[in-house]
Ligand binder design. Structure first.
Ligand SMILES: *Cc1c(COP(=O)(O)O)cnc(C)c1O
Length: 424
């Protein structure tokens, strides 16, 4: 039997570290080589051997309309034909900025960048400038891109500053980051009452330790505590922006952060990130203000056209209720199948994103999540892949549904899951 993905991966490993451009793609957590993807259309991808899969990775979040949406693609081709980049203002970036400002409640002005990493890194710089403070708070299990100051894990005690979670990050950078516990306001209050904190950085719905929902009152508590202590609240909506609702998690929860970071969906499949907030804060940025941040390809016309086309379709079709129903159907199907086969499983879901954890009881905190069985997940993953279902290749990732997924996709997935769960 041919395995073109394996052959390509062996070639890739000769010239690319780990054979990939981003680590989780290498499938290490599930112990096999990755699929090389040849094409995507709607809810499906086709691998290098021509085998088709229902895709629940969806490029890790951007593809809320599915692969190769004809309208988005049309807009990209039409824009690309007029030149790929100018290093000067162009209408597509204005169109995208206007759509973001129109949609996201707390955002009056927005700066476009090229990745989520860049958006968060720049938002933190801005928060530090505005507050004239250096220290920031993040949460265990939160991911905000790979910038130095945010690749930090908890220190030895709740009140000690963080330590680098990767070699190459200077301790001197990590010491400005305090790591608190998600869904634990006391851990935040403890730091904010003792340190001058520039910003509290949070995924309003955690998506990078698997999906974990904010406990009742947690986000409201962060809003109150940060106001009381003179810190800014940054919502990292790189996943939740235009996914939790059209206006993001802040619209869904009725809460306004001081700065919002965006990425993923706003590029419609091309590289776009953004950060925004009240004009008073955003006007601190150069050229009007004194906080420097720039980018050769920032506001790239082709990428912004893809993003603007995506937001336009989302606003017109408002697929969120249907996405939630699809998510509920998948959740129910998986839980019923697990119960029928006697497999301990918990599912956290926020609309069209969910994670299935192989564990007893719920998964409301980082500690809970870490109890989930990774070996069971790996077996489950392999069984699903054999049956044509492409899941994220790690137990602690979000599964993404798109408007292109159908009830048949979901039912096929549940049927495959029932078979695989019976073999665990
Ligand atoms: C993906 C992600 C990022 C980083 O975005 P990149 O485009 O990969 O740099 C930041 N924050 C959150 C919440 C993310 O999910």
């Amino acid at each position: 039997m041919t395995d073109n993905s394996r052959d390509l991966f062996l070639r890739a490993r000769d010239v690319m570290p780990g054979g990939v451009s981003s680590p989780v793609r290498a499938f290490k957590a599930v112990g096999r080589h990755p699929l090389f993807v040849q094409s995507g259309s709607g809810s499906a991808i086709v691998d290098a051997d021509g085998k088709e899969y229902v895709d629940y990775v969806m490029s890790w979040g951007p593809l809320i309309l599915g692969h190769a949406h004809p309208e988005v693609l049309g807009r990209v081709l039409e824009t690309a034909a007029m030149g790929l980049t100018y290093g000067a203002p162009s209408e597509p970036e204005l169109e995208l900025a206007e759509k973001i400002v129109d949609a996201v409640p707390s955002v009056e002005k927005v700066r476009l960048v090229s990745t989520g990493t860049e958006a968060v890194m720049s938002a933190v710089r801005l928060a530090r400038a505005v507050t004239k403070r250096d220290d920031v708070v993040k949460f265990e299990g939160g991911y905000h891109g790979h910038s130095d100051g945010l690749l930090v894990k908890a220190g030895s005690g709740a009140l000690t500053f963080g330590s680098p979670s990767s070699p190459g990050v200077p301790k001197d950078f990590a010491k400005h980051t305090f790591v608190c516990r998600y869904n634990d306001l006391e851990s935040v209050d403890a730091v904010l009452s003792k340190r001058k904190i520039a910003a509290v950085l949070v995924e309003p719905i955690a998506g990078n330790m698997g999906v974990v929902l904010p406990a009742g009152g947690f986000l409201e508590g962060l809003r109150d505590l940060t106001r009381k202590r003179g810190a800014l609240l940054i919502f990292d909506e790189v996943i939740t922006g235009f996914r939790a609702s059209y206006g993001g998690a802040q619209e869904a929860f009725g809460l306004e952060p001081d700065i919002t970071t965006l990425g993923k969906i706003i590029g419609g499949g091309l590289p776009v990130g953004a950060y925004g907030g009240p004009a008073e804060i955003m006007d601190r940025l150069a050229p009007d203000g004194d906080v420097y941040q720039a980018g050769t390809l920032s506001g790239n016309p082709v990428a912004c056209a893809a993003g603007a086309a995506t937001l336009k379709i989302l606003k017109k079709t408002m697929p969120y209720r249907r996405l939630d129903a699809l998510g509920a159907r998948l959740e129910r199907g998986l839980l019923d199948a697990a119960a029928a086969k006697g497999v301990d499983a918990a599912i956290n879901r926020a609309g069209s994103v969910l994670t299935l954890f192989f564990k007893k009881g719920g998964a409301g905190t980082y500690e809970d999540v870490m109890q989930a069985s990774t070996s069971r997940f790996a077996k489950f993953f392999h069984g699903m892949l054999e049956r044509g279902i492409y899941l994220p290749p790690s137990a602690f990732e979000a599964w993404f549904l798109s408007a292109a997924h159908t009830e048949e996709d979901v039912d096929r997935t549940v049927k495959a899951a029932a078979e695989v769960l019976g073999t665990l």
